[in-house]
Write a protein that binds this ligand. Sequence first.
Ligand SMILES: [Zn+2]
Length: 239
Amino acid sequence: MTESAQLAEKLDVRLHTHFAENSEDDAFSLATFGCRPTQYLEDVGWCTDRAWVAHCVMPNHDEIEQLGKAKIGVAHCPSSNMILASGIAPVVDLRAAGVHVGLGVDGSSSADSGSMWLEARQAMLLVKLRNGAAAGTARMSLEIATRGGAGCLGRVGEIGEISVGAVGDLAIWSLTGVAFAGAVADPIEAWLRCGPTGAKHTIVHGKLVVDNGQIVSNKVDSMLATHRTLAKRMQRIAD
Ligand SMILES: [Zn+2]
């Protein structure tokens, strides 16, 4: 870990690891290193704005302050945290302390779907559960999903926002149809509370990759067939 941090400094690249995911992590760190995970992170040179960490469910008050001072990034993975019963990450406190909180889907083995929209919605609902109904808003989740992620990657102003000079990334949702019937007050709240989950159009670096709900590629069917074969093979190995 120490050498990775030194190498990242030398090459000017970023650092990523899982961190403080659950109470077992705390117990392992205390038993193995004689300290809590945040102290370990500090000791090995990872408590820096060069690093972003997945989960960060278990930090206590002092550790949240310490992580905020370092301006570290956190990939908040709410679905995974619920599926694995890890706990509820202190998202509001982390953000208030200065931590860049972005969104992650964790992975197929712990969150099943790779939907960022679902993670954004789960993030909103979990903040409501932990901090009160008024604390978790769709705008907060939108900010976490966009600028928060940019902060984790050290790319604020370049990605995660629509501005002059920023990368041409856009995800466009329709706000019409049965799902949005009656949702006329606030388009952002309607977007995250009524669905639907998929974007109508998605543009990545100026290039259309989803057009009218369809992935723009003539390889989707063959890729899905290959993926299904590989998934079956992996399942057989697991069984
Ligand atoms: Zn994970």
